[in-house]
Design a protein around this ligand. Structure first.
Ligand code: CA
Length: 243
């Protein structure tokens, strides 16, 4: 299940898109112009944006350019929609960093297949495929987690946090990024909340000896290391200190 933002000014098309995407299992929000879309993304980072080229006021392409210029939205998966089909427009759309491009009219199965392909490539955490990282195995379909073959029982937030980290292993995520991507709110939730849930996650993984896979990177944030060996030298005092 992905959070998808539809940016489309024609209500009939927006409604049809929303209905089809919801039917395909996604959570959908709609924005009718560039300003509304910008605000919607400021509030909550979607997994993918379906962006109409021709909008009243700021064009879809200008909006895409603005998102690509911001660190927070640089990687936002974008699928552009347009009535035009000239090659120069396609090139311009891909130049600005669109992940895919659909010319209207398009069929619903084609749209859904293209969106699934972009999600698989750019936001695999939204698909329900099991994830493996080092000794950890997580199955979103059954909500089961195993560490070194042992069942691990996690609360819903720890589950989402671990799922995100496992889908982006070895990369350092700041507290703000984790709030944005796991909690869906980087403005109103305190960054300390992340530390609380990281601690619970480590506690839950401790019995299987996998707690060390969740590394604190001082001054930067947290990282899931596929092999816990690198962090074996960390003393408990060092681990407890805020990054
Ligand atoms: Ca339009």
């Amino acid at each position: 299940m992905a959070h998808i933002l539809i940016v489309e000014d024609e209500p009939a098309i927006a409604e049809l898109l929303a209905m089809n995407l919801r039917h395909d299992g996604h959570a959908v929000r709609c924005a009718a112009d560039g300003d509304a879309a910008w605000l919607a993304v400021q509030r909550e980072l979607p997994d993918l944006v379906l962006l109409d080229w021709m909008l009243p006021g700021e064009s879809g392409i200008a909006l895409a350019r603005r998102w690509r210029a911001e660190a927070r939205t640089r990687q936002l998966p974008l699928v552009m929609l347009t009535a035009r089909s000239q090659e120069s427009d396609v090139v311009q759309g891909l130049d600005v960093g669109a992940d895919d491009y659909l010319a209207k009219p398009f069929s619903t199965p084609e749209l859904l297949a293209r969106i699934r392909a972009v999600l698989r490539r750019r936001a695999p955490q939204t698909l329900n495929a099991p994830v493996v990282a080092g000794a950890l195995h997580l199955d979103p379909g059954t909500m089961r987690v195993q560490a070194s073959g042992q069942d691990v029982h996690l609360g819903p937030t720890e589950f989402r946090l671990l799922r995100f980290l496992m889908n982006h292993p070895e990369r350092v995520h700041s507290r703000s990024q984790l709030l944005d991507r796991v909690w869906g709110d980087h403005v109103f939730i305190e960054e300390r909340t992340v530390d609380v849930h990281i601690k619970r996650l480590r506690d839950a993984l401790a019995a299987s000896g996998c707690a060390g896979m969740i590394e604190t990177v001082r001054g930067a944030g947290y990282r899931l290391a596929q092999s816990p060996l690198a962090s074996a030298q960390l003393t408990p005092a060092e681990e407890a200190r805020p990054a």
